[in-house]
Design a protein around this ligand. Sequence first.
Ligand code: CAA
Length: 259
Amino acid sequence: MEFQYIIVDPSFKKHIALVRLNRPKELNALNLQLMLELKSAFASLDEDDEVRCIIITGNEQAFAAGADIKQMENKNAIDLLKIDQFETWDQIRKTKKPIIAAVSGFALGGGCELAMTCDMIIASESAKFGQPEIKIGIMPGAGGTQRLTRAVGKALAMEMVLTGKFISAEEAQKAGLVNKVVPEEIYLDEAVKLANEVAMMSPISVRLAKESVLKAFESGLQEGLYFERKNFYMCFTSEDQKEGMSAFVEKRKPNFTGN
Ligand code: CAA
């Protein structure tokens, strides 16, 4: 897959694809072209049966410093409405395969929102998370006020959104935004480790389980429980359920095929 602003390796490791944001001079600022490329890459990785988990990363200095301010500077509301600026984020959110964000350096504005759109976050010790849009006369627009609040709670989300303050990787982990913080030299390896654990599971139950966890953010408890139950039953239509359970009984490792 050839792109201008991202590098995609569908077979980075067995069953693991890597997507790297690649606008280093602009700290991986998310311009429209880059977001369209991401949308297209995720859609194609979602279709690829060999891929069971996707890692998205930037570089040591920046995961992404936000939406491209220079591209937005002279736009008006109707321009943004026509471009449908955030439709690409919605599409990425719909990816069925699990996505791990491996974050180092700045994850700000749309960059923080992109990381939060992923399913899990591994951060390097140098990672800084923030929603600094308030400092440039706007506010978060790609989920920052919603996903950040759900992840870290009202008090911290309000402080970050209203003052633009950054939090460190350690603070982000304490607040529940990040799964694990590791030294900068190994943050990608750590994301691969986590991706490997997920990739060993049945792709069908992983897909149904991801869908069910996300449902918790979009529904009331009763509706969520009902959704979960249906997906639980659905697992029993797969060969992987038979394989997983017989492997347990036969005291061997399961070999999940995604059927
Ligand atoms: N958009 C466009 N260009 C950006 C950018 C962005 N979000 N962030 C950084 N850059 C560019 C800078 O303009 C600079 O380019 P030039 O060399 O051509 O001047 C280059 O990247 C390096 O940046 P700095 O020189 O500023 O680097 P620094 O180390 O001094 O500061 C920083 C780093 C604190 C991240 C600072 O760049 C910064 O504050 N960036 C903007 C962060 C921000 O406000 N993000 C939110 C954007 S709006 C948004 O995301 C809306 C939404 O909800 C989707």
